[in-house]
Design a protein around this ligand. Sequence first.
Ligand SMILES: [Mn+2]
Length: 309
Amino acid sequence: MIYIVGHKNPDTDSIVSCLVWQNYKRKIGLKNVLAVRIGELNRETEFVLRFFRVKNLKEIKKVNKKDSLILLDHNLYQQAVEGAKEAEIIEVLDHHYLGDFQTEKPIYYRSEPVGSTSTIIAEIFKERKFKPSRKEAGLLLAGIISDTLNFTSPTTTEIDKKIAKWLNKFAKLNIKKLAEKMFSAKSDISGLSFKEIVSKDYKEFNFKNKKLAIAVWETVKTDSFFGKEKEIFSALKKLKEKNHLDLIFFALVDILKKNAYLYCLTEKEKEIAKKAFLGKEIKNNILFLEGIVSRKKQMLPKIAANLER
Ligand SMILES: [Mn+2]
């Protein structure tokens, strides 16, 4: 079996790109491919699958030597399914920085500094003169909208905007309305504990012999987080211990105002963040980061550059 799989703690881009890539592979004759996920969906992605009437992907916990993998939306083993190092990776489509990736055989690897993996898939379709179905085009649009915060994140490129226009010839969607609905679903934290919130969009990285994590929560309702500092920091502390991290950050991103609040667990995190962003501390160990929304493009590079060896 060839598994098409996105990163741990999957987001909308990860899920829809796996789904659409599976459909494409099957249409061009590759029958033994299966789109799968590692971990639970977030509420935005749940909404998107409902909206387009698509069934959820099958969850897998690990893979083994006999399995082949197509990795979408990631290339780090740290973010990949358990067992990925032993399995055979035959293809990667991604838009993140390159990690310590090595294979034994030649593989198809496509990485572009664009807003989403969905963008890359749509580009491939266009290049190969493959017409997506209305649903496939809509799913890819949702992936682009999610990752680029509806074309407002600094990760957005002209390619994303152009390819979205092309996709919408097939999808025929009101993009603004869809984005509003997605962001409102994403912001719903009813019934969620802060432990769940900080573990949802959680990614680990290794730089300069340090294991660090940046958890992100994008929302149109930052208000629901104010006054909850104690609970948030306590959830971060537990997560840091459980995963043996050197550093943990939590960025609460305001999708509408395009700012972030960076929760720094200890003085160590705070010192690095202050150097990295020249951020103003607004409350004990919380820095206000004006104009910063993207972990990939704005947070991680600055934090990594300010780590001490
Ligand atoms: Mn992505």
